[in-house]
Design a protein around this ligand. Structure first.
Ligand code: SF4
Length: 328
C-alpha cells in the first residue's frame, strides 16, 4: 500500500479552511497507509517566542482531528516532537543539502517580508530557512510516496525529492522514494471580509462555532457591493457568500447564481441557505468533539498509541539511513 504523510501546525483553533484539508485526509485513509502529525517543531519556526499555548493547542488539534473523522485505527496520528528521529534526520540532511536550495525556495523571502510587515518580527533564523529541510525529514522518515498539499507547497516537495535523489546518489542506495504532491481539489476559502482568512483579521469561521456565532459570521459576510435591493442584478462571481455556496451548497449553487443575476433572491435569504447548510455540516462535528473532549483517557491513549507506532516506523527507517551513511 502506498504511503501518505501530512502535518499541520498547532497554531490555535481550526477554521473552516482547515476543515476541507482534514476532510480530504479522512478520504485518503481509505486508500493509503496514512500518517498525520501535529507539526509542533514547525510551529516554532515562526512562533518560537510564543509557546505558552503550545501544549493546549496540540491537544485541541488532536481532538478536532478525531471529531472530524480521522481514525486512530486507520491512520497513524502523532506529535512530531515526540519522535526524536525527525530532528535527527533534519540534522543529517543538513549535511548534504546545499544552502542555495533553501535560499531559492520561493516562499522563503515572501514570508520573511510578510512577517516583517505584519508584526515587525524577524524570522530570518536558521530554523526558518531550514523549514523545507525539516519537511523533507518528516516525509522521508516514513518513506512516504504522496504528500497532500496545496499548490503553494509544491516547491517544498520538489526540495524533498532533490534531497531524496542526492542522498540515494551519495550513499549508493535506493532507500528513499521520490515523493509526489497529491493535489486535491481543496478550495481556497477567503475570510468573511474577502481578505485572506486570518486570526488577526478576525474574518475566519471557527469549526467549533456555536450555532449563534456561526449565524453572526455568515450574516457578516460581504456580498456583491453593488447589490442594494433584492431586485438588483447581482454578480455572484465577486461575492464571498457565493464562493462558500459553491462548496457547501454545490447542488443548488447554479440556481442561486441564476437567481442572483436575475435579482430573484435577496442576500439575506441566500445567507440563510448557507448558514443552514454549514450548520448541518458542522453540527455532528461539534457533538463528536464534545464527546471526545469529555473522555481524556481516550485522547491520551490515541496520542500514546500514535506516537508509539510512528516511533517504530521512524526507528526502522533511521537504522537503514545510518547503515547507508556508515554511522553504525
Ligand atoms: S444573492 Fe447570494 S450570491 Fe448574490 S450577491 Fe447576494 S449573497 Fe451573493
Amino acid at each position: 500500500m502506498k504511503k501518505v504523510l501530512s502535518g499541520m501546525r498547532p497554531t490555535g483553533k481550526l477554521h473552516i479552511g482547515h476543515l476541507s484539508v482534514i476532510e480530504n485526509w479522512v478520504k485518503l485513509q481509505e486508500k493509503y497507509e496514512t500518517n498525520f502529525f501535529i507539526a509542533d517543531y514547525h510551529a516554532l519556526t515562526t512562533q518560537f517566542d510564543d509557546t505558552a499555548m503550545l501544549q493546549k493547542n496540540i491537544r485541541n488539534m488532536m481532538i478536532d482531528w478525531l471529531a472530524i473523522g480521522l481514525s486512530p485505527e486507520k491512520s497513524t496520528l502523532f506529535i512530531q516532537s515526540k519522535i526524536p528521529e525527525h530532528a535527527e534526520l533534519y540534522l543529517l540532511f543538513s549535511m548534504i543539502t546545499p544552502l542555495s536550495w533553501l535560499e531559492r525556495c520561493p516562499t522563503y523571502k515572501g514570508q520573511v517580508e510578510q512577517f516583517r510587515e505584519q508584526s515587525g518580527k524577524d524570522i530570518t533564523t536558521h530554523g526558518f530557512l531550514g523549514y523545507p529541510l525539516l519537511q523533507g525529514a518528516d516525509i522521508l522518515l516514513y518513506l512516504a510516496n504522496y504528500v497532500p498539499v496545496g499548490e503553494d507547497q509544491l516547491p517544498h516537495i520538489e526540495i524533498t525529492r532533490e534531497i531524496a535523489r542526492r542522498f540515494n546518489f551519495i550513499f549508493r542506495t535506493k532507500l528513499f522514494p521520490e515523493p509526489e504532491g497529491l493535489l486535491a481539489k481543496i478550495p481556497l476559502l477567503l475570510g468573511t471580509d474577502g481578505r485572506k482568512m486570518s486570526k488577526s483579521y478576525n474574518n475566519y469561521i471557527n469549526i467549533m462555532s456555536t450555532e449563534d456565532e456561526l449565524n453572526k459570521k455568515v450574516k457578516s459576510m460581504i456580498t456583491d457591493p453593488e447589490r442594494i435591493r433584492k431586485d438588483d442584478h447581482g454578480h455572484p462571481d465577486i461575492c464571498i457568500v457565493y464562493q462558500y455556496q459553491k462548496i457547501y451548497n454545490e447542488d443548488i449553487s447554479g440556481v442561486i447564481s441564476e437567481n442572483c443575476k436575475a435579482g430573484k433572491i435577496g442576500c439575506m435569504e441566500c445567507k440563510k441557505l448557507l448558514f443552514e447548510k454549514l450548520n448541518t455540516h458542522l453540527l455532528p462535528i461539534r457533538e463528536r468533539r464534545l464527546e471526545i473532549e469529555n473522555n481524556p483517557d481516550y485522547i491520551d491513549d490515541v496520542i500514546a498509541d500514535g506516537n508509539k507506532r510512528a516511533g517504530q516506523k521512524a526507528q526502522e527507517t533511521m537504522t537503514k539511513i545510518k547503515e547507508a551513511m556508515n554511522l553504525i
